[in-house]
Design a protein around this ligand. Structure first.
Ligand code: NAG
Ligand code: NAG
Ligand code: NAG
Ligand code: NAG
Ligand code: NAG
Ligand code: NAG
Ligand code: NAG
Ligand code: NAG
Length: 755
C-alpha cells in the first residue's frame, strides 16, 4: 500500500480496464421499466414478531412506521410496502377485485399521505381470484370467474383463492381490472406472493401460477402509472420455462423462503441469513454459467433487510448487520427494510447512509456480485468467499466483497466447516478477478472511505475478517485521462434546483489542458494555489446587484465557494437562477454565474465532498479566492492529493468552451447587473460543514480554516461542526448530516438512468 504521491506521475496510456470486457454479468432494464431495485420498508418482519411486540397492521401503525422513512427517503428509501393483512381476505368487490379492509385501512388516503411526503405505496396480493367470487362477472366482460378457474389436482384452493387458467378469455381482463383499481388508489408497488413454481408449500398450492405474473405484467403495461412488480417466494429459477416467465414479467424475485424469525422477540437469525446468501450464490453462479455478457432483467430479492435496529431487536450483531447490508447491496437486491423504523439506531443509520456504500449500490444495481471462490456446485459453498461485481467495461471499476461467515452461523451451508476466526483473505486484483493486473488500483472501503489506499499492479492485499464479518470495497484502476469515457456521460442542468449527478464510476480526472493530467499529487501547497489569466476579460464590474443587496467580486466568489463546499451544488444564495448554470458530474460540481455579457464567475470541485476533502475544499478555496483577487490572476486552482481532487474558482469569458456548461450548450445569456456606490455585503447564513455523524471513528473533523480577511469572515464557515446524532423523526440535524450523502446518492439513480 502506498500513499498516492508514490504513483503521482505514472501514466497508463494504453490502459485496458477489464481483462474480458464483454463477459460481465449485468442487470438490464426490468420488464416494467426499472433500472434499480426498490428501497423502502415492508411490514412483514414486524408482523412476525411475538405477540405484544408484533406490528398490528392498520392505517395508523403503518403511518407511524412510514413517517420515519422521511429520515432516509433522500437515500432512496421511499417504498412503504404493506404485506398480507391489508385486504379483505376471502372475497373481492362486485367484480372480484381485491379491495382493502376498510375497518383498518383507507388505501387511497394512505397513498395520498405517502405521496405528499415523496414516498410510495406498496400492496401485497396472491395469484388467482377469490373462491367466494365464482359467480361474479369480470369487469368489462360477461365472463364469470367460474369459467376461468383452473381445475385439477394441481390447483387446490389456497388462502380463499382459486388459481386461474391465465390464458383463457377473461383472465387478462381480471388482472387489468385489479391493476386499474389499485393504480387509481395510488399504488406504486405490488408484491405477488405464493407464486409457483417456487413457493414451497408442498401439495397445498397450485403447481403453476406463473401465468399470474405475466398477466399482472401485461396489466401494468396498459396503465399510465409506474408500478414495480415483485414476486415471491423462493421462485424456481432452475426451470427455464418458469424463469423465462419471471424475468420477462417481474422486476424482482425472491431467492429463498422468508428469513424472518417467527413469533420471537427478534427479527432474524444469522444462520437464516447465511441460508439466503447461499441461495443467492447458487442463483448467480447459474446465471453466470449462462455465458458471456448475459443480461439479467430481474433483480434478486433476498427478503427484508434487517439492519436498522439494535441487536436486541434485530437478533444479529452489528458486525452481522453490516454483513447483511453488504450482501444485499452486493447482490443488487431489493432493499426493503424489515426493521422497526421508529427505532432505527445510530449504527443502522450509519449502514444506510454511508456515501460510498450508496455509490456501490448504484454500481451493483447494474453489476451483481458473484462469488469468486466457493464451490460451483449447488448445494454448498466454502466458508470464506470473495465476491466480485463488475468490472464496468468502460471504466474498469469493480466492487469486491470479502466475507468470513464465521462460527456463529449454520455450517450446513458450507462444505468447509466454518472455524477460522479471524481469517485473512489474500486478494490480488488481476485476471482471476476479471481485472487488469497491469494497473494500479485505488481501493475504497465502504463504511470507512477515509481509509482508502492504492495498490501497485498485482500487489497482494490482505483483508482480515473476524467472525461473520464482511468488508466491501470499490476498486478503481488508475489510468490516463486519454482513455477516459467521453464527456457525453455528463449531465448538464440549467436551474437552481438540485439535479441528480452522474455515475460516480464515470470519472473525469481532469478538465483542462493547463492542469496536470493525473491528479494524484498536490502540485502546490494548499495555501499557494496556481493561477491563470484571461486577458480578454478586460475590466470586470466591481460589484453586483443580487436578490439580497449588493455584493462585491470577492463576496460573490465566497458565495460560490459556499455552494461548492457545503455539498449543495446549486445557485448561490441571492443569485437568481437564470444567471446561473450548474453542472454536476461524478460527485463533482461546477457553478457559473454570468456577471456581464462577456464574463462569468465560476467555481468548480471535481471530487465528492467527504472526509478530509470537505475541509480541504473550504481551505483551498479560501486561498484561491484571496489569490485570484490579485490582478491579473483571474482564476486559480488547487489539486489535492486525493484522487480526482481539484478545486478552481475565479472569472472567465462567458460560456467559454472550457466550461462544462459551455461544452453542453447551456449558455448563460442573462447576467447580474453591475452595482455602483458602496457595497454592503450581507452575511450568508451558516456554512458549517456537513459531517456524517455515522463515521465518528474516521471522519477528520474540520480544522479551523486559513486566516480570513475581514471581507471573508462575513460569509465564511463556522469552524464548529455538529457531529450529533440525527433525530430519528427528521429534524435539522438529520438533514444536514445526510446532505452530503444526498449528493452522492443521486448518482445511483443517474447511473441507472444512463442504463
Ligand atoms: C416468518 O414469519 C412468518 C409469520 O410469522 C412465519 O410463518 C414464517 O415461518 C417465518 N419464517 C421463518 C423462517 O421462521
Ligand atoms: C405454466 O403456466 C404458464 C402460463 O399459463 C404456461 O405458459 C406454462 O406452459 C405452464 N407450464 C407448465 C409446465 O404447465
Ligand atoms: C476503518 O478502518 C480502520 C483501519 O483499518 C479500522 O481501524 C476501523 O475500525 C474501521 N472503521 C469502521 C467503521 O469499520
Ligand atoms: C449550503 O448553503 C446554502 C446557502 O446558504 C444553504 O441553503 C444550504 O442549506 C447549505 N447546505 C448545507 C448542506 O449546509
Ligand atoms: C475552444 O475554442 C477555441 C477558440 O475558438 C478553439 O481553438 C478550441 O479548439 C476550442 N476547444 C474546444 C475543446 O472546443
Ligand atoms: C437563454 O438561454 C436559455 C437556455 O439556453 C434559452 O432557453 C433562452 O431562450 C435564452 N434566452 C435568450 C433571451 O436568449
Ligand atoms: C449607479 O447606477 C445606477 C444604475 O444602476 C445609475 O442610475 C446611477 O447614476 C449610478 N450612480 C453612480 C454614483 O454612478
Ligand atoms: C457578519 O458576521 C460577522 C461574524 O458573525 C459579524 O461580525 C458581522 O458584523 C456580520 N456582518 C453583518 C453585515 O451582519
Amino acid at each position: 500500500m502506498h500513499p498516492y504521491y508514490y504513483f503521482a506521475l505514472k501514466l497508463f496510456l494504453s490502459a485496458s480496464f477489464a481483462q474480458v470486457s464483454d463477459s460481465v454479468l449485468h442487470y438490464a432494464t426490468t420488464p416494467n421499466g426499472f433500472t434499480t431495485p426498490p428501497r423502502g420498508w415492508n411490514s412483514f418482519g414486524l408482523q412476525s414478531l411475538q405477540d405484544g411486540k408484533k406490528l398490528v397492521l392498520n392505517q395508523e401503525s403503518v403511518i407511524a412506521q412510514c413517517d420515519n422513512l422521511e429520515t432516509i427517503s433522500h437515500l432512496g428509501y421511499t417504498y412503504c410496502s404493506l404485506d398480507s393483512g391489508w385486504s379483505v381476505g376471502c372475497n373481492g368487490d362486485e367484480n372480484g377485485r381485491t379491495i382493502y379492509d376498510s375497518s383498518i385501512f383507507n388505501i387511497p388516503a394512505l397513498a395520498t399521505i405517502l405521496h405528499d411526503k415523496g414516498l410510495k405505496l406498496g400492496i401485497y396480493i396472491n395469484p388467482g381470484f377469490f373462491s367466494g367470487d365464482k359467480d361474479k362477472v369480470i369487469e368489462g366482460t360477461n365472463v364469470k370467474f367460474s369459467s376461468i378457474a383452473a381445475t385439477g389436482d394441481g390447483n387446490p384452493e389456497f388462502n380463499c383463492r382459486l388459481n386461474a387458467n391465465w390464458d383463457v378469455p377473461g383472465a387478462q381482463e381480471y388482472c387489468d381490472s385489479n391493476v386499474k383499481l389499485w393504480a387509481s388508489w395510488g399504488v406504486d408497488y405490488i408484491k405477488l406472493d405464493y407464486v409457483n413454481p417456487g413457493s414451497p408449500e408442498g401439495g397445498t398450492l397450485p403447481s403453476n401460477s406463473s401465468g399470474a405474473v405475466a398477466c399482472y405484467h401485461r396489466a401494468i403495461e396498459k396503465i399510465d402509472r409506474e408500478i414495480f412488480l415483485e414476486i415471491s417466494w423462493k421462485l424456481d429459477w432452475r426451470l427455464d420455462w418458469a424463469n423465462d416467465i419471471y424475468k420477462s414479467s417481474a422486476d424482482a424475485m425472491r431467492m429463498d423462503q422468508d428469513i424472518n424469525n417467527s413469533g420471537e422477540g427478534t427479527l432474524v437469525s444469522w444462520s437464516t441469513v447465511q441460508r439466503t446468501i447461499e441461495m443467492y450464490r447458487q442463483y448467480i453462479l447459474a446465471q453466470q454459467e449462462r455465458g458471456a455478457n448475459f443480461a439479467l432483467t430481474i433483480y434478486p430479492d433476498l427478503d427484508n433487510l434487517y439492519v436498522g435496529n439494535a441487536q436486541s431487536l434485530t437478533g444479529i450483531t452489528d458486525e452481522q448487520r453490516k454483513s447483511v447490508m453488504a450482501h444485499w447491496i452486493g447482490a443488487g437486491s431489493s432493499l426493503l427494510l424489515g426493521s422497526d423504523l421508529t427505532q432505527l439506531d445510530d449504527f443502522g443509520l450509519f449502514l444506510l447512509s454511508d456515501g460510498l456504500a450508496n455509490e456501490i449500490a448504484g454500481f451493483t444495481a447494474k453489476y451483481p456480485m458473484r462469488p469468486l471462490r466457493g464451490k460451483a456446485g449447488e448445494t454448498a459453498g466454502y466458508q470464506h468467499q470473495v465476491w466480485i461485481a463488475g468490472p464496468d467495461p468502460a471504466t474498469g471499476v469493480a466492487v469486491i466483497l470479502a466475507s468470513n461467515y464465521g462460527t456463529q452461523g449454520d455450517s450446513r451451508w458450507f462444505i468447509e466447516e466454518p472455524s477460522d476466526d479471524p481469517y485473512t483473505e489474500k486478494i490480488i486484483l488481476d485476471s482471476n478477478y476479471g481485472l487488469n493486473g497491469e494497473l494500479d488500483y485505488l481501493v475504497e472501503p465502504a463504511w470507512n472511505s477515509t481509509q482508502k489506499f492504492t495498490l501497485a499492479a498485482s500487489e497482494p492485499w490482505r483483508v482480515t475478517l473476524g467472525d461473520s464479518a464482511t468488508r466491501m470495497f470499490r476498486v478503481t484502476p488508475l489510468r490516463a485521462p486519454s482513455s477516459l469515457p467521453s464527456r457525453s456521460a455528463t449531465r448538464t442542468v440549467f436551474s437552481d434546483t438540485k439535479p441528480s449527478i452522474t455515475d460516480p464510476s464515470t470519472v473525469i480526472l481532469t478538465r483542462r489542458d493547463q492542469q496536470p493530467s493525473l491528479i494524484m499529487q498536490s502540485t502546490y501547497p494548499i495555501e499557494s494555489p496556481d493561477c491563470g489569466d484571461y486577458p480578454e476579460l478586460g475590466t470586470l464590474p466591481k460589484a453586483f446587484n443580487t436578490q439580497d443587496g449588493r455584493v462585491d467580486q470577492k463576496g460573490l466568489l465566497f458565495r460560490l465557494r459556499n455552494m461548492i463546499c457545503n455539498g449543495t451544488c446549486s445557485a448561490p444564495e441571492g443569485i437568481p437562477h437564470f444567471n446561473v448554470a450548474v453542472v454536476e458530474h461524478s460527485g463533482g460540481c461546477e457553478i457559473s454565474v454570468a456577471i456581464s455579457d462577456k464574463s462569468e464567475a465560476y467555481g468548480y470541485r471535481s471530487s465528492p465532498n467527504w472526509g478530509v476533502e470537505q475541509q480541504q475544499c473550504w481551505d483551498s478555496t479560501a486561498y484561491i479566492i484571496e489569490r485570484c483577487m490579485r490582478v491579473p490572476n483571474r482564476h486559480c486552482w488547487w489539486n489535492g492529493n486525493h484522487v480526482f481532487q481539484f478545486y478552481e474558482i475565479g472569472f472567465r469569458p462567458l460560456n467559454t468552451n472550457t466550461s462544462y456548461h459551455g461544452q453542453f450548450d447551456v449558455f448563460l445569456n442573462s447576467s447580474l447587473t453591475p452595482a455602483n456606490g458602496s457595497v454592503s455585503v450581507r452575511n450568508v447564513s451558516s456554512t458549517s460543514v456537513a459531517v456524517s455523524k455515522s463515521l465518528p471513528a474516521v471522519v477528520t473533523l474540520p480544522t479551523v480554516g486559513p486566516p480570513l480577511t475581514a471581507a471573508q469572515s462575513q460569509i465564511t464557515t463556522s469552524p464548529t461542526i455538529s457531529a450529533s446524532v440525527p433525530a430519528k423523526t427528521g429534524g435539522t440535524a438529520a438533514t444536514s448530516a445526510h446532505e452530503v450523502y444526498q449528493l452522492v446518492f443521486g448518482s445511483l439513480l443517474w447511473l441507472a438512468w444512463l442504463g
